[in-house]
Design a protein around this ligand. Sequence first.
Ligand SMILES: Cc1cc2nc3c(=O)[nH]c(=O)nc-3n(C[C@H](O)[C@H](O)[C@H](O)COP(=O)(O)O)c2cc1C
Length: 401
Amino acid sequence: MHSTRKVTDDLIYVGGSDRRLSRFENLFPIPKGVSYNSYVLLDEKTVLFDTADESISRQYIENVVHALNGRPLDYMVVQHMEPDHCAMIDDMLRRYPEAKMVCSAKAVGMFAQFYGTDVAARALVVKEGDKLSTGEHTLHFVMAPMVHWPEVMVTYDEKDKILFSADAFGTFGALAGNIFDDEITFDTTWMNDARRYYANIVGKYGVQVQALLKKAASLDIEMICPLHGPIWRKDLGLLLEKYQKWSTYEPEDKTVMIAYATMYGNTENAANVLAGMLADKGVKNIAMYDVSETDVSELVAESFRCSHLVLAAPTYNSGIQPKMEAYLSDIKALNLQNRTVAVIDNGTWAATAGKQMIGMLEGMKNMTILENTISIKSALAENQLGALEALADELAKQVNG
Ligand SMILES: Cc1cc2nc3c(=O)[nH]c(=O)nc-3n(C[C@H](O)[C@H](O)[C@H](O)COP(=O)(O)O)c2cc1C
């Protein structure tokens, strides 16, 4: 049975959600599932905005067929060629032989790469600023390269002031009937997943997101229809403000995130002692994570949120404890910037992890590495408490000041 909802009088939500998939991109845990959004516009011409992942193919086909209600499909706007949105394109093109695929030039090539089919004859290639009238509606295409693939474009419906935003403004999390931001409590229940989605999937491309935000600012947008997560029609400012921060790598919260690695508990102990000192000095909402117990996507998201990071790790085979090293590689690859970082290391015979962590941080942009580093020899010693206190002082002054 179809499961669709009306977005406007002539726009229908035809997407669906997957709650079985454990990892998005086979990488990021999604305990709350994920939605694959797609939309049908019923104007004088009919339009399908993107398709969906094959995991929801049965539901998706029923939804599209129901929404079109016997009408042919004239246009299929393909904004992003990632398989979680384009898996059903081939099926749609065969099911609707008159449909034209409206997309960027790069998308045509990508389709051939993924599916071995040349769709050039079915493609209506559009570029920056091109417009397509579908009757009452005019669709205005805006290129958004590297948000988060090179072929990405977004589409602005001039009549209803809707931005179809591709992966931008998307989030992890399945939809449960409520498809609009005003039908859910986004700030408390969804924001962490939205941040984790942004930081890990689009985080690297802050410059490109900024370019898109600038283009979007020139459009009068009343609704945003992303490819994942709820449709924004009420509190658009909430996510736009977050996107402004995330894409400029500006921390959201002035607080300390302590990420530690530990085998025997001694580095963890130092992290706890430091956290207590920070709390005594008035630092609030301290976030602390064991990097072996926390998925790296969470660590990345929290690093995008917090202003100050303390990284504490034992030396491991003359290197950095591997989970800490993986996390550092990730935030480096994702271009995290503008953080103040303190380093604590540990070692029983030759503690070298600290030097190596600092080396990785020095390779990142605009990171302030505090000179006050602490090197533990197996377990925190009495005579190191002063140094830890001094570090807590420095961090607290910055955070509270
Ligand atoms: C597999 C392995 C490799 C290690 N390699 C080093 C090393 O290269 N240099 C060193 O000083 N300590 C090394 N250690 C020792 C730990 O870094 C050290 O005992 C540290 O105090 C452990 O901190 P923890 O109590 O937080 O786990 C190694 C330990 C393990 C288990």
